[in-house]
Design a binder for this molecule. Structure first.
Ligand code: FES
Length: 174
């Protein structure tokens, strides 16, 4: 019975994934390779687990008339793309030198401690994935992190805890 339910869940995940990938592809004319990065970005953003599955990449390859290997090669060049499922919120801590000089490692340590995960991991409740990134373009307010599309600068340990707690509260009430 359990196996049957697991199989049903897997089929439902695959169908949902196919729907969201098709929705994105509909917005782009076929065979226009210049749209590749925009397509990958849209698919990743619209995926509830913020990643590019093999099935999604295969659908993109077919849509653009490109080799799957070529698409994987291009996508893997950019750190913003993930090939494994991530949490509902993706935290990216800037690890470039200006932020490092102003305490980026303290930011990362505080997040590791607060979320009880290592860099690259997702919290047990699936809410946060913790990653590092190169310069986020906000060096003037270093140290910096982004959570999803929102940037946070001038970070302190207390502010990090406050931000994480606020997001947790908002998620509980939404
Ligand atoms: S070095 Fe961190 S935002 Fe630029």
């Amino acid at each position: 019975m359990k196996g049957k339910n697991t199989a049903r869940t897997l089929v439902s995940i695959m169908l949902n994934e196919e729907v969201h990938v098709n929705e994105v592809l509909k917005k782009y004319p076929p065979s226009i390779r210049e749209n590749l990065l925009d397509i990958l970005h849209d698919i990743q953003e619209s995926d509830p687990h913020h990643y590019l599955s093999n099935e999604a990449l295969t659908a993109v390859a077919t849509h653009l008339g490109m080799d799957l290997a070529e698409i994987k090669g291009t996508a893997s060049f950019y750190s913003m793309f993930s090939f494994t499922p991530r949490g509902k919120h993706v935290i990216r801590v800037c690890a470039s030198p200006p932020c490092q000089l102003l305490g980026a490692s303290t930011v990362l340590d505080k997040l590791i401690d607060t979320l009880a995960v290592k860099e690259g991991e997702t919290t047990a409740d699936g809410l946060f994935t913790l990653e590092t990134s190169s310069c986020l373009g906000l060096c003037g307010v270093a140290p910096v992190m982004m959570i999803d599309e929102t940037s946070y600068g001038n970070l302190t340990a207390a502010r990090i805890v406050e931000i994480i707690e606020r997001i947790r509260r908002e998620d509980e009430t939404s």
